[in-house]
Write a new protein. Sequence first.
Length: 117
Amino acid sequence: MTAQPAIDYFTESHSIEAVNGRMGKATDPRLAHVMARLVTHLHTFIKDVDLTQAEWAVAIDFLTRTGQICDGNRQEYILLSDVLGASMLVDAINNRRPTGATENTVLGPFHVDGVSE
């Protein structure tokens, strides 16, 4: 991870540097790298779509309600990860297969054998 220049103030044009520059020096290097990339991609996305405050409020409400229905037996974030394709991508990255091999799959509680598109 390359060091981000220190920015003491937050502006639209320097939002990524301002946030990533606040990461603690004692942060695990891998965690620091992952979080810095998350901030970079999130801020780039927000700028790309010109996200409104109302749209962000809807997103926060959605995530809040999702968290509120999670408990020891029900984990809605796993289902959200599946819907967004994140579970499959993480599995594919961590279990790379040679060209031509059968694609990876994450079988979950809703898997039904023999169903095709």
